[in-house]
Design a protein around this ligand. Structure first.
Ligand SMILES: Nc1nc2c(c(=O)[nH]1)N[C@H]1C(S)=C(S)[C@@H](COP(=O)(O)OP(=O)(O)OC[C@H]3O[C@@H](n4cnc5c(=O)[nH]c(N)nc54)[C@H](O)[C@@H]3O)O[C@H]1N2
Ligand SMILES: Nc1nc2c(c(=O)[nH]1)N[C@H]1C(S)=C(S)[C@@H](COP(=O)(O)OP(=O)(O)OC[C@H]3O[C@@H](n4cnc5c(=O)[nH]c(N)nc54)[C@H](O)[C@@H]3O)O[C@H]1N2
Ligand code: SF4
Ligand SMILES: [Mo]
Length: 765
């Protein structure tokens, strides 16, 4: 079903997906024949979500019809306000100014930020051609403020991405992760309920807060904020010290065990227990439960990835399940087969090839992981007189002014650039700081998809079909980048003609002509996404042109994973299998299983010598020693630890701007323990002044028994400015990154310490 049909049958149900978290549950939605999503239910035909849905999906119409959506390119005036300009003018001026930056300073002085949010990665794929034409070398996006430390560790140990199997595990461990609210794996709430109610299974939650998931846990290890490294060091050490290692398994499947033993024998478990605040007996009981279980899966997330010692914790927690033999079976982590790797630029790092010189960012010299510079160094790479500083920035589908550390400095950095462009659906905090804003159709007005496909053994890809025609005045990312390349003189009709004719003749003809053209004019290969958009794209069903890039990915996938593709029904000679896969994707509005793996694949996937998992990472073993010598110190000026950016039922990053669906009074509250509230003499609904080293502001208090004394939390995605349905500008709550500091970051990956911001609370004067 596409929008042409949808608008004819105004009251029928259409397949799509939720775009509010990385799980992208399949949905059936009803539209009103105009531009509204009126009813939302789970799609039982979706191969992964199988009808599951959470309450947030009901709010999608506030994204689709938000009053801050843009309907014209906007140009910044000298006084800081914006004026609408027509598309031809915008494309011409942007092209001229960006080319001037490239010619004067070099393409390596243009930074690209973004590539997609929780629901959209195809738009980002099209950006690639423009970036290549400009010679852009440096990129970053939100992954470089959460997952790069973990990816670096996984690269050193496995050389491939792995994901736990919570549906089947005997013991599920959530480390700084609250899947009840944040999901992170399919059908999370159902799976958590199943583990919780099965007496033979066990749910472990490591979180200072008695989160919704912790409330269901068999074991809640209420670690002191920021001390997880001591806890996981103690657990890993106990396994070695108590003789709980699965010796046979370790001998057969891993390397480096002998190098980690001395480091772990050295750990004083009782000292670590005292530092992390968890009873030593409890640590021992949980660790033994893990060692004796048939299958264990771990999930680490922002509670540790955005806190002190994050990369070290990513490493040590893996040692717990690897020394006890939990990989490559049902219920444990496995290597999923990706349709397209999210870390595709990462060959050197995630691929783990030894001896490769790590690239670093040009000014701060920060490590580049999976091709991304750490988000936290962006402002200091601009606000400097260093000759290699970035002079321009392209931002697509990201809101760094809101989402990166220290919003104030991020705004300064954007204003210091010589030129900047944002491509977005709405006038965001970031859009309000750049020179030009280009509006795109919403994700329900074009073909879209994500590469968050982490399922095992069956992995699925969901190409969504549009529900509505594009909003007037918008152009999708495929069209924008093609126009920019044409304006630059990089592409023209002569590059399209033969392929356009072939596309009309059918996909086999198109494949043959495509291969011949690329062999004849290899320089076109770098603009392949735009070429596909202009040729194949125009022959796809109405509204589906953005799917053209998926055609280009199918042969890459079937060539790289022929067995998994064949088991899913896409075997045979690669070009034929690829076209069959593309057809299946195009004709499956609820998603399609593209890969079927088995456990042997999980072992074959390991890109290390002899397919063995590497247990020893020298940099982190050294860091473990350093960490053990330096216990955390209290900050007397700022006695609270602020967790800035908690996932709640009412947050979804900044995708939905209008909060009209939120009828209850309390929104964006600062959660505080009953003990601290009593000491401060405040109650729910009161206003306090929250101060950190970067900022201070008034916040509404919510007394919550989820919080431990000394620990306070603010939600993520709040405090954004939006226009409500009546046209009034509103702002609800505070924006968490007004309070954070870009210098607070991991020594190795540069990831931020958003969950560990020293703070002070005062009664307003
Ligand atoms: N509802 C909702 N769901 C979302 C999103 C959303 O905005 N809203 N965003 C999506 C995105 S982009 C992501 S990355 C994921 C993130 O998903 P999560 O990482 O699960 O989300 P958070 O709530 O940020 O943090 C998880 C937990 O870390 C705990 N924590 C805080 N400090 C510490 C600490 O020092 N140690 C430990 N062990 N835990 C600590 C917090 O109390 C919290 O319960 O969620 C996704 N899902
Ligand atoms: N303090 C603190 N900060 C945090 C976090 C935290 O826990 N604490 N969490 C962090 C995490 S894990 C993440 S992932 C980031 C998320 O932060 P960002 O990566 O900035 O992501 P979103 O808020 O999802 O912004 C996505 C943008 O895409 C736009 N958009 C929507 N649809 C389309 C489309 O079709 N095309 C285009 N071009 N644009 C579109 C939206 O309007 C929005 O501006 O926030 C991070 N920031
Ligand atoms: S927010 Fe996430 S879990 Fe909830 S419906 Fe949307 S995609 Fe599914
Ligand atoms: Mo995230």
């Amino acid at each position: 079903m596409n929008w042409a049909v949808a608008s004819r049958n105004g009251d029928s149900w259409h397949s799509t997906a939720c775009i509010l978290c990385s799980i992208n549950c399949g949905l059936k939605v009803q539209t009103d024949g105009e531009r509204h999503i009126t009813k939302v239910i789970g799609d039982k035909q979706h191969p992964v979500s199988q009808g599951y849905v959470c309450e947030k999906a009901q709010r999608l119409d506030y994204y689709q019809n938000g009053a801050d959506r843009l309907t014209s390119p906007m140009r910044r005036k000298a006084d800081g306000t914006y004026e609408p300009v027509d598309w031809d003018t915008a494309i011409r001026e942007i092209s001229a100014r960006m080319t001037a930056v490239r010619d004067h300073y070099g393409g390596d002085k243009i930074l690209f930020y973004g590539g997609g949010g929780q629901g959209n990665h195809l738009g980002g794929a099209y950006m690639d051609a423009w970036l290549k034409a400009l010679g852009v070398k440096y990129r970053s996006n939100a992954l470089a403020q959460e997952k790069t430390g973990e990816f670096w560790v996984a690269g050193k140990m496995f050389g491939v991405g792995t994901h736990g199997d919570f549906e089947h595990c005997e013991v599920g461990v959530f480390l700084g992760k609250n899947p009840w609210q944040s999901h992170g794996f399919a059908r999370a709430r159902s799976v958590i309920q199943q583990i919780a109610k099965d007496p033979n299974r066990c749910l472990v939650v490591i979180d200072p807060r008695r989160s919704e998931t912790a409330q269901k846990a068999d074991y809640h290890l209420a670690v002191k904020p920021g001390t997880d490294a001591w806890l996981v060091a103690a657990m890993a050490a106990l396994i070695v010290q108590k003789g709980w290692v699965d010796q046979e398994w370790v001998k057969y499947h891993t390397t480096g065990f002998e190098d980690i033993v001395p480091a772990l024998m050295w750990v004083q478990v009782s000292d670590c227990a005292a530092i992390c605040g968890v009873d030593e007996k409890l640590i021992r009981e949980v660790t033994q439960r893990i060692a004796e279980a048939d299958s264990v899966s771990f999930f680490e997330d922002l509670g540790v990835q955005m806190s002190v010692h994050s990369t070290l914790v990513s490493y040590l927690q893996r040692l717990i399940w690897l020394t006890t033999g939990h990989y490559g079976r049902e219920g444990t982590a496995n290597a999923f087969v990706p349709f397209l790797s999210l870390g595709k630029a990462s060959k050197g790092e995630v691929g783990g090839s030894e001896g490769r010189v790590a690239r670093v960012s040009p000014v701060a010299g920060a490590k580049i992981i999976i091709g991304l510079i750490p988000c936290n160094v962006i402002p200091e790479e601009i606000l400097t007189d260093h000759p290699d500083r970035y002079r321009a920035m392209i931002i697509q589908s990201g809101n760094p002014v809101h989402s990166l550390a220290d919003s104030q400095r991020m705004r300064e950095a954007l204003r210091a650039l010589e030129f900047s462009v944002a491509i977005d659906v709405a006038m965001t905090e970031t859009a309000r700081e750049v020179d030009y804003v280009l509006p795109t159709p919403s994700q329900f007005e074009k073909a879209e998809a994500t590469f968050f496909n982490l399922e095992f053994p069956d992995n699925a890809f969901h190409l969504r079909q549009p529900l509505f025609p594009p909003l007037a005045g918008t152009l999708d990312e495929g069209e924008i980048t093609a126009r920019l390349l044409e304006e630059m003189g990089e592409l023209g009709d002569e590059d399209y003609e033969a392929l356009q004719v072939a596309a009309k003749a059918g996909r086999t003809a198109f494949t043959l002509t495509f291969l011949a053209q690329m062999a004849m004019k290899p320089k076109l290969m770098k603009y392949v996404t735009s070429i596909l958009y202009r040729t194949l794209g125009s022959t796809l069903p109405p509204g589906m042109a953005m799917a053209a890039v998926v055609w280009g990915l199918c042969p890459l996938f079937v060539q790289k994973f022929p067995h998994a593709a064949k088991r899913a029904g896409f075997g045979g000679p690669a070009p034929i299998a690829a076209n069959r896969l593309f057809k299946a994707i195009l004709n499956s509005p609820s998603g399609v299983v593209f890969a079927r793996s088995d456990f042997d694949d999980s072992w074959r996937a390991i890109r290390r010598p002899d397919n063995r998992i590497n247990l020893a990472i020298p940099e982190l073993l050294a860091e473990l020693k350093r960490m053990l010598r330096e216990p955390p110190r209290a900050d007397t000026d700022y006695p609270f630890i602020l967790s800035a950016g908690e996932r709640r039922s009412d947050t979804a990053n900044t995708v939905v701007r209008d909060t009209a669906w939120h009828k209850k009074d309390l929104y964006a509250s600062l959660r505080i323990s009953p003990q601290d509230a009593a000491a401060l003499g405040c109650e729910t609904g009161d206003t306090l002044r929250l101060a950190t080293r970067r900022a201070s502001a008034a916040v509404t208090v919510e007394v919550s028994d989820m919080m431990a004394p000394g620990h306070i939390s603010l939600p993520n995605g709040t405090g954004i400015r939006y226009t409500d349905a009546s046209g009034t500008t509103r702002q609800r709550g505070v924006a968490p990154n007004e309070f954070t500091d870009a210098a607070s970051r991991d020594f190795l990956a540069g990831t931020p310490w958003h969950k560990h911001v020293p703070a002070r609370l005062e009664k307003p004067a």
